[in-house]
Design a protein around this ligand. Structure first.
Ligand SMILES: Cc1ncc(COP(=O)(O)O)c(C=O)c1O
Length: 408
């Protein structure tokens, strides 16, 4: 079964937008296009239901029901209970709140592990716990490849003092897919919980978080075809153990405990459109399954195989050049199509040249300052990042490869 890319693109209004014609989009890791289902729901909410939700009048009931629908359907796709999924303003905000909860739950002498492969969102807030006497240990990447080796994790877990391990499902510059299930099993065996940043992974297929076993799994809807929201799975065991961060009278409701800000009603409701989109892709390909998480897994597989097929020739091109340094694995199946390359000049200038060829891409550090520094990349030059998702076509990748040939 191959992905019907024409069908997929017909679900994204950006591809019919006149001002975007002739532009191939390769900065999806910064934020994806939004599917029509989300845009329609957002518009409907603002037109018809923009009232305080959960009150006993029709518009309000519809608003509340749509917000509940988003949580219920996305939680089911992710293989977790409805109240284990919550929405916050962004992943950065969500980790900030979670770190604050851990600040009170941990005791001096307890240890946590962070990596230097993470985006700062899943790194800085945790590292600040050192100010409270928490022993913060760093699981370090290989400076040459950016790889996180689980063998180097084991000694960090060995003394049994680690309460939490924070790591990415996939880094936004290295692109390698970390084996979340295996790493989580190591942490659990040592008595530690895990917090996984899935922001760079989820756009390539929603994972079954239940099966992966992660205690906390975070991603950002605006990079996953939706509105600007951070989604956060907090499994019941850790969620009920951590101190409530919301109004005291909301502490009994799991999905409210780590979202002190009032929810953005319209955007939460519009997240149902992500589930609509995944269901539409499944139905179109005759893949609707018995359970939402099985449907999600089928769509995930379809997206990943299309992406991998397009990615390998791009990786081969880049790996064969001696004037660029390709970060992360050279095999498409081991990584996401988020490809960062270091050049001998500022990457932003190269991105500007690509724009003249109708390629939308970016250059800089992408808030992945620690991994870039660890790999010896000059921050003043940064990296050129070329990232795509399943709606990208072979023609667009060919066009990128041709443009890169000229620009590099
Ligand atoms: C891997 C990764 N984690 C976390 C974040 C932060 O997400 P947000 O913008 O929702 O705070 C980003 C944003 O670029 C990211 O790429």
């Amino acid at each position: 079964m191959t992905l019907d890319v024409d069908f997929v693109r017909s679900q994204f209004p950006a591809f019919d937008e006149p001002s975007l014609q002739g532009q191939a989009f390769f900065e999806n890791a910064g934020g994806s296009y939004t599917c029509g289902q989300v845009i329609d729901r957002l518009t409907r909410f603002y037109r018809e239901r923009k009232v305080q939700p959960y009150a006993p009048y029709a518009a309000s009931e519809a608003a509340g029901a749509e917000m509940d629908e988003a949580r219920r359907r996305l939680a089911a796709l992710l293989g977790v209970e409805t109240d284990e999924l919550s929405f916050g303003p962004s992943t950065t905000q969500n980790t900030y709140v979670l770190a604050n909860a851990f600040r009170r739950w941990l005791s001096p002498g307890d240890a946590i592990i962070v990596t230097n492969q993470d985006h700062e969102a899943n790194s800085g807030p945790w590292r600040r716990l050192a100010d409270e006497g928490i022993d913060v240990r760093e699981w370090r990447i290989d400076p040459a490849t950016g790889h996180l080796d689980p063998e180097l994790l084991e000694p960090l877990l060995a003394d049994g003092n680690v309460r939490l391990l924070c790591f990415p499902h996939c880094s936004n510059v290295v692109g390698e897919v970390n084996d979340v299930a295996a790493i989580t099993a190591l942490a659990h065996a040592a008595g530690a919980f895990v917090c996984v940043d899935g922001v760079s992974y989820a756009p390539h297929g929603l994972p079954d978080v239940g099966t992966l076993g992660a205690d906390i799994y975070l991603f950002s809807a605006y990079k996953t075809y939706g509105p600007h929201q951070g989604l956060m799975v907090v499994r019941r065991q850790i969620g009920s153990a951590l101190p409530n961060q919301a109004h005291y009278f909301n502490g009994e409701t799991l999905y409210k405990r780590f979202t002190p800000a009032g929810p953005d009603h319209a955007q939460v409701a519009a997240c149902s459109g992500i589930a609509d989109y995944i269901d539409a892709v499944a139905a179109h390909h005759g893949m609707a399954m018995q359970t939402p998480s099985m449907t999600g897994a089928a769509v995930h597989g379809l997206m990943r195989s299309h992406e991998s097929e397009l990615l390998q020739p791009l990786l081969d091109d880049l790996a064969s050049r001696n004037d660029v340094r390709l970060l992360g694995p050279r095999e498409a199946t081991r990584r996401a199509p988020t490809v960062a390359i270091a050049l001998d000049r500022p990457a932003e200038a190269a991105a500007a040249e690509l724009a003249a060829h109708g390629i939308m891409a970016g250059g800089g550090d992408f808030y992945a300052v620690r991994p870039l520094e660890a790999m010896g990349i000059e921050l003043t030059k940064g990296v050129l990042r070329l990232s795509f998702v399943h709606y990208t076509t072979q023609q667009e990748v060919d066009r990128l490869r041709t443009a890169l040939d000229t620009v590099l």
